[in-house]
Design a protein around this ligand. Structure first.
Ligand SMILES: Nc1ncnc2c1ncn2[C@@H]1O[C@H](COP(=O)(O)OP(=O)(O)OP(=O)(O)O)[C@@H](O)[C@H]1O
Ligand SMILES: [Mg+2]
Length: 232
């Protein structure tokens, strides 16, 4: 599903004229198979979010190659990346990133509007999905009228609404208590089973890592397989 070959990235830091480049990703090569839940663990600042931003095409890597379903996405320009993202990826973040001025229903509907889907088709799709993830009762609530767990369910529904083959999640349970975290993890596992969606989940949390089929650990700019029990 995703293939990463010899990926390198560094950031320029420091004052103008005195910049230096700090390497963050050093020659990563790994794959994510179709239908897998993969988690990436590693300590703060180790480069996990940077890797996710590169895989999703928000950031161009210094060198290396990324293929998604065989397509070389690392060669895309910004417009091509944005279009590819809309068709292939969903995103879930720690702080939900819902639009405060839109209801739960409207937040989930938004990606379909961006794709130019007509209103009646949008409304039907959103209604069905809200029902299947248990959000019908709160669909007219604004984000500030929802619990953290409900907000994360809405953001997962928003990630799903365009039927992407891959969902990237950066600390999806980082803001939730352990009971709500369980609830969200069960939802992710069930979506993985019933819809075959591939998940790439960044986490500090052992419990989250243990739900994955495969765990990669980021350390010193390289990624190694295994290490769930050492998640930070
Ligand atoms: N835009 C940027 N410019 C300069 N340095 C950056 C930039 N983004 C990230 N970095 C640096 O790259 C390194 C990796 O950051 P990244 O956000 O990928 O870490 P992370 O593993 O996601 O950490 P956390 O678990 O705290 O979210 C850090 O040292 C960070 O300071
Ligand atoms: Mg991060």
């Amino acid at each position: 599903m995703i293939s990463v070959q010899n990926l390198n990235h560094s950031f320029k830091i420091g004052k103008k004229g005195k910049e230096k480049r700090v390497p963050v990703l050093k020659g990563l090569t790994f794959d994510v198979a179709e239908g897998e839940i993969v988690s990436i663990v590693g300590k703060s600042g180790s480069g996990k979010s940077t890797l996710l931003h590169i895989m999703a095409g928000f950031l161009t890597p210094e060198s290396g190659e990324i293929r998604v379903q065989g397509i070389q996405t690392s060669a895309f320009n910004e417009v091509e990346s944005a279009k590819f993202r809309l068709d292939h990826f969903g995103f879930v973040f720690q702080n939900f990133q819902l639009m405060p001025g839109l209801t739960a229903f409207e937040n989930v509907e938004l990606p379909l509007t961006l794709k130019g889907i007509n209103k009646s088709e949008r409304q039907k799709k959103v209604k069905d999905l809200m029902q299947s993830v248990g959000l019908t009762d709160v669909q007219d609530h604004y984000p500030n009228e929802l619990s953290g767990g409900q907000q994360q369910r809405v953001s997962i529904a928003r990630a799903l609404i365009t039927d992407p083959p891959i969902i990237f999640a950066d600390e999806p349970t980082g803001s939730l208590d352990s009971e709500t975290e369980q609830d969200v993890l069960l939802l992710i596992q069930s979506l993985n089973k019933t819809r075959g969606i591939t998940f790439v989940i960044i986490t500090h949390d052992d419990e989250v890592a243990q739900t994955a089929n495969r765990v990669y650990r980021m350390h010193d700019g390289v990624l190694t397989e295994g290490g769930a029990q050492h998640a930070i």
